[in-house]
Design a binder for this molecule. Structure first.
Ligand SMILES: C[S@@+](CC[C@H](N)C(=O)[O-])C[C@H]1O[C@@H](n2cnc3c(N)ncnc32)[C@H](O)[C@@H]1O
Length: 280
């Protein structure tokens, strides 16, 4: 078990003791078919074309920035921004960083170091779930977007997180403990509303549900065993109940009936020529 809890550690990876846990989590997720599919669809929804400037906010290891860069050549540029110096260093060390029109820099999406109207497209993927005041980040992204430009956000709705088990009560306790540990566990379902409030037009929402079918993968990205331990320490369940639950998940993996599911949303909106905020 690693000594980091992913849901609470991602807001400040630079303070983590075991940064590899965060790098490994992103690499593993990026390799899964569901993730590849929604990411590819997001580049299509962004209507990328040669010559444009794109901001990838909260770029992590830079995988999306690299794939977007291949779609805006020749003449375009992708800026990958992340709060974590360690993430930015890893992204810069990739061979692709030297081959593609990408630039990585450290920064906070809530205070973007760019002038107004700088980018034709902005994209933010599983970052807003970690940020207090996500609407501030969205308003910053809209500020740096050019009129008529597109903003795309993808994020999770952790209140849909479910782990199949015969013991529904234990599953509910573990699901709620994990989902409640995120800064914004409901951000996925709020994105459309936040986009409208930020003044974006043509807002479209695309749901997607990921399904992980083995305990080992689910544990690496959802910290299931560690959440069981927290539930035991918090006296929400007994150690015996926790062990039985994990044993059932091992058994289900062997039988092919393990399932951890999560719904997330891709939301796209266009900046108007004169940006008007929706009344509150
Ligand atoms: C779950 S990861 C997602 C990374 C990447 N978007 C992807 O799809 O693989 C969240 C990322 O957001 C970054 N982050 C967290 N808070 C941030 C902030 N305020 N500004 C910019 N990046 C932030 C983290 O350092 C981390 O790299």
């Amino acid at each position: 078990m690693n000594n980091e809890y992913l849901s609470t550690g991602f807001p400040d990876v630079d303070r983590a003791q075991n940064q590899d846990a965060y790098f490994d989590c992103l690499t593993l997720l990026d390799s899964l078919e569901y993730y590849r599919e929604y990411k590819t669809k997001s580049y299509e929804l962004l209507q990328l074309s040669p010559g444009i400037r794109v901001l990838e906010a909260g770029c992590g290891l830079g995988d999306d920035a690299f794939r977007i860069a291949q779609r805006i050549m020749p003449g375009g540029k992708v800026i990958g921004l992340d709060a974590s110096a360690a993430m930015i260093e890893k992204a810069r060390l990739s061979e692709l960083a030297a081959q593609l029109p990408v630039q990585f820099q450290q920064g906070d999406v809530k205070a973007l170091p760019f002038p107004d109207n700088s980018f034709a497209r902005c994209r933010i993927d599983r970052v807003l779930q970690h940020i207090p005041q996500p609407q501030k980040a969205i308003s910053e992204l809209v500020r740096v977007l050019k009129p008529d430009g597109l903003l795309l956000a993808y994020d999770n709705d952790w209140e849909t997180f479910s782990v199949a088990s015969d013991d529904i009560n234990i599953s509910h306790i573990i699901e709620n403990l994990w989902s409640g540990s995120f800064t914004n566990s409901r951000i996925g379902r709020d994105l459309g509303d936040y986009f409208l409030y930020a003044g974006l037009s043509d807002v479209r929402i695309y749901p997607g549900t990921s399904v992980i079918t083995d305990l080992a993968t689910a544990d690496k990205v959802y910290n299931l065993r560690e959440t069981v331990q927290k539930a035991v320490e918090g006296k929400r369940i007994s150690a015996a109940q926790g062990n039985l639950w994990i044993e059932e998940l091992i058994d289900r993996t062997a039988k092919g009936s393990f399932m951890a599911a999560l719904t997330a949303y891709t939301v796209v909106g266009r900046k108007r020529s004169a940006n008007l905020r929706a009344p509150r």
